[in-house]
Design a protein around this ligand. Structure first.
Ligand code: GLP
Length: 635
């Protein structure tokens, strides 16, 4: 096993890695990477303890380091002491007090400091409440403290979607010091769910500079999940640019990227392995390389020539398989063609090996898993509509209440309406409702703009979202109330984004629903997300429950289809089933999405991903559709 801290600084070790300008270690799962890094950091701490020295760690926030911190806490419970550890956090939102639930101060204490024996005076987190005219001196002082502590031995980093490290947004110079910065729009949008709406996300922050980070003796940048794959590639393989502050790590002698398989998806060695060395030409690899070739030379598959293959690094495929472009083209064309079906539940009377779904049983039990109430509508509204129309028994199961996404204004409106109805009824018989509405309004007032919702408010918000989910479901043909079920998985109800924790009872709830529906096919999502994301946790809960049901009869004949969320679009070669949509169906999907009026987030623009997929199929020479919903087959 490669030791992470030892691998730091080694570059371009193999031919495969030659496009990578910062050493990058890919682990199959983030949990494994975190376990190993935590063990190595523990060894560092203990070896310094022996020589009575301190370790100075630079720490990051965000969901990325959460599993790493959990590992450190676990090691502490087994005896590891943090008495000789000094920490400096990268950043803090400006304007947030320490007790704000989204302050990085609170985050670090919740995730790590409250569970280990680090002396309070060893902890340093930028103070977001410093008066404006003192910020400059304060930042200068923060730098000085790092130097006085002996400098950072190891800096832990995550990466934002703008490529930022800490909060060094595009434009940050390589020698930038600790300072106040303005947050990028993308960064604020990414934090919108945590803050219950983008309007609540602070506009500025205090962050260590790129220069401060670059002075660390060793740097480990972690990234998990498919939504980080593009920015990881740009930072590791692209040019060094102040537009992506993580790219500056290419200039550091001892920096390393620690990523999981999903985040490695766009690295050349993973995405285009034929460009970096010999590959095993499996059918999947052939499909992938031919689609890539067609996209690269902007040609339909059937028009690719031997020259195209040779001139773009795919000549080895023809040589190894001893085939002409013409034959390979036809094979791949047919394969892609056969992913297209208007019968996502299988077509009666057409036993065809090459169709994505089985014809039998003719009427299937279809389970659509929807982590938050809008996910399945955004992901597969058109497919749900077809499944219902083709007379399958469709059950949409909304896994969490999604109440954290509902805006205050919606809860306030609802409570105000009850209040006014009570007044119209002159109070008689409406006393309970009136006091309920008043409690809601009071609690909303008390918590203010940034406060945490009470259980009562969260419950109401969840119910509002249920109504919207039912309305949206109805647009897609789910007219019976029994066709939509709400699980309100317990892990979500008391948690906050980035800090959820799955428990056994969540798995049990999922098991009950699986055994109840006895599905022939399941549509699920969350498989490529950041492991701490809500969607990934819902997927995990499903996966564990599904595995625990392996002896059940229904499991013998169950397909699992995966759909994607907005953050990690599917690549054409990954698609196993493509369900076309007409312009009318796309409009209907938009209508369904518009039913979610109470939630925050920017995902409710038109479902352009579906049009992009259709455009990609068209360019490959397939039939031209208005839009396509795409699925990968898991099982
Ligand atoms: C914020 C933090 C960064 C962090 C980034 C990514 O911007 N300031 O330090 O790397 O978010 O967050 P996450 O790990 O949740 O994807």
């Amino acid at each position: 096993m490669t030791e992470i801290l030892e691998a730091i600084g080694q570059k371009q070790l193999t031919q495969q890695e030659r496009f990578e300008k910062t050493r990058t270690l890919v682990f199959p799962e983030s949990s494994e990477a975190c376990r190993q890094l935590a063990r190595e950091v523990a060894e560092l701490i203990e070896s310094r303890q022996k020589s009575k020295e301190n370790v100075v760690l630079g720490l990051a926030t965000g969901s990325t380091p959460v599993p790493f911190y959990r590992e450190l806490v676990r090691l502490h419970k087994k005896g590891l002491s943090f008495k000789n550890v000094i920490t400096f956090n990268l950043d803090e939102y400006y304007g947030l007090t320490r007790d704000h639930p989204e302050s990085y101060y609170r985050f670090m204490h919740d995730q790590l400091f409250d569970h280990i024996d680090i002396p309070a005076e060893n902890i340093h987190i930028p103070d977001g409440t410093i008066p404006l005219d003192e910020v400059y001196d304060y930042c200068h002082g923060y730098e000085r403290e790092i130097v006085e502590a002996g400098g950072l031995d190891l800096q832990i980093l995550g990466i934002g979607r703008t490529g930022h490290i800490g909060f060094n947004e595009p434009g940050s110079a390589i020698n930038s010091p600790t300072r106040m910065i303005t947050l990028d729009r993308v960064t604020r949008a990414d934090a919108a769910a945590d803050f219950l709406g983008i309007a609540n996300v602070p506009r500025s922050a205090i962050t260590m500079g790129v220069g401060t980070i670059m002075k660390a003796r060793r740097i480990v940048l972690m990234a998990w999940g498919g939504n980080k794959a593009s920015i990881v590639r740009e930072a590791v393989e692209g040019d060094v640019t102040d537009q992506i502050s993580a790219s500056f790590l290419q200039e550091h002698e001892n920096a390393i990227f620690l990523i999981d398989a999903a985040a490695s998806g766009r690295l050349t060695r993973v995405q285009h392995p034929w460009l970096v060395g010999s590959v095993n030409w499996t059918d999947a690899m052939i499909k992938r390389s031919v689609i890539w070739l067609a996209e690269t030379v902007r040609s339909p598959i059937l028009k690719l020539t031997d020259e195209d293959y040779n001139e773009h690094g795919v000549g080895e495929l023809l040589a190894t398989t001893n085939k002409k472009a013409y034959h390979v083209n036809i094979d791949v064309f047919n394969e892609v063609q056969h992913t297209i079906t208007g019968w996502p539940g299988g077509k009666k009377g057409t036993e065809n090996e090459r169709r994505p779904e089985r014809a039998c049983p003719v009427q299937k039990n279809v389970l659509v898993l929807c982590p938050e109430p809008s996910d399945a509508i955004v992901g597969l509204a058109g497919t749900i509509d077809r499944l219902v129309e083709q007379e399958h028994n469709v059950t949409m199961v909304v896994q969490t209440s999604g109440n954290l996404r509902v805006r205050d204004v919606s809860a306030r409106n609802f409570a105000s309406v009850i209040n006014e109805m009570a007044e119209l009824a002159h109070g008689t018989g409406w006393e309970n409702q009136k006091s309920y509405a008043e409690s809601i309004l009071n609690e909303l007032d008390e918590k203010g703009e940034f406060g945490v919702d009470s259980a009562l408010v969260r419950r109401l918000k969840g119910l509002i979202l249920r109504g919207e989910a039912r309305d949206a479901g109805e647009v897609c043909g789910l007219e019976e109330s029994s066709q939509i079920r709400f699980l309100d998985l317990p892990f979500y109800e008391t948690g906050r984004y980035r800090r959820f924790r799955l428990e056994n009872e969540d798995i049990e709830v999922m098991k009950t629903i699986l055994n109840d529906v006895k599905p022939h096919s399941i549509f699920a999502t969350g498989h490529v997300g950041d492991p701490s994301s809500m969607q990934a946790m819902c997927f995990q809960a499903f996966k564990e429950a599904f595995e625990e049901c392996s002896d059940e009869k229904w499991r013998e004949d169950c397909f699992v289809w995966l759909y994607r969320g907005k953050d990690s679009p599917v690549s054409t070669h990954e698609i196993d089933m493509a369900v076309p949509m007409s312009p009318d169906q796309l409009e209907q999907k938009r209508e369904a999405i518009r039913k979610f009026q109470s939630i925050t987030g920017d995902e409710f623009e038109s479902p352009t991903d579906n049009q992009l997929i259709a455009g990609n199929y068209d360019k490959l020479g397939m039939a031209e559709y208005e839009a396509i919903e795409a699925f990968e087959r898991l099982l």
